[in-house]
Design a protein around this ligand. Structure first.
Ligand code: DGL
Length: 265
């Protein structure tokens, strides 16, 4: 069973890709909708939440954990690996970084994400270690998560904001742009349109799904296939529930879903 969590429902973009690549595995998802957003919180708080979310998924039988949140991936992975040292963890930063390195020709890479992700400087550090010639230009884009969660994916206001956020990155001459938040694949078309055809996008949901697939193919002990059909192989838990959340979850996954609310107590 693959455990996946995010601060809210954005991580369902990752679930969608995992289901596409691994339709015969069972996924248990936790969206911390009561405590979202994480992108405006301190690394310390995000780490505490990440530990609790992981504990919840492990208690329900998850054998590997996919951190489907850029904010958690950029701040809490060392603490998670130290606390749950026997559990394989997958995060969205490293595969996105590797993909960007492969795609860039002019070595100018852009990054958009939540404030906590951008301010963690994780990408600066990883790129410096991988290739000192890479120039990374980052821009926090905090308005995008609420707009996406509101379902405003194609409203003129959202189009204007995306355009404005990308201007400074385009002026730097980037040829690759990392979508540093698992919500952003939902407005990938719009981002591509405003970035222009010349800029290649890195989608974290695609990258991490491929990484999980490769891992399972090379680790027989986790490869126990489950005979669920695609309608039954996903359980979604949230820490708060509204009708609105069910609608958004459907938007992220492209299919009807049932959300179960957990009680932290
Ligand atoms: N989906 C989260 C991420 O990838 C962003 C949402 C939030 O701010 O909690 O960073």
């Amino acid at each position: 069973m693959i455990g996946v969590f995010d601060s809210g429902l954005g991580g369902l973009t990752v679930v969608k890709e995992i289901l596409k690549n691994l339709p015969h595995y069972k996924i248990i998802y936790f969206g911390d909708t009561a405590r979202t957003p994480y992108g405006t919180k301190s690394a310390e708080t995000v780490t505490r939440y990440a530990i609790e979310n992981t504990q919840f998924l492990l208690e329900r039988g998850a054998k590997i954990i996919v951190v489907a949140c850029h904010t958690v991936s950029s701040t809490a992975i060392p603490a998670l690996k130290a606390k749950f040292f026997e559990v394989p963890f997958f995060e969205v930063v490293t595969p996105s970084m590797k993909r960007a390195l492969k795609l860039t020709k002019n070595k100018k890479i852009g990054l958009i994400g939540t404030r906590t992700t951008v301010e963690s400087n994780i990408y600066d550090k990883l790129f410096k270690e991988a290739n000192s010639e890479i120039k990374l230009y980052s821009n926090p884009t905090p308005l995008l998560v609420p707009l996406i969660e509101e379902g405003w994916v194609n409203k003129p206001e959202t189009r204007k904001i995306v355009k404005k956020y990308l201007i400074s990155l385009k002026m730097k001459g980037i040829d690759t742009l990392i979508l540093g938040c698992t919500h952003y694949p939902l407005i990938k078309k719009l981002i591509q349109e405003k970035a222009g055809k010349r800029i290649k996008l890195v989608d974290p949901s695609e990258e991490v799904a491929i990484e999980v697939k490769n891992f399972l193919e090379n680790h027989g002990e986790f490869k126990e296939k489950l005979s669920f059909n695609t309608e039954q192989n996903l359980e979604i838990y949230v820490s708060d529930i509204t009708i609105h959340f069910a609608k958004i979850a459907q938007l992220f996954l492209g299919r009807r879903v049932t959300l179960k609310k957990i009680n932290w107590e």
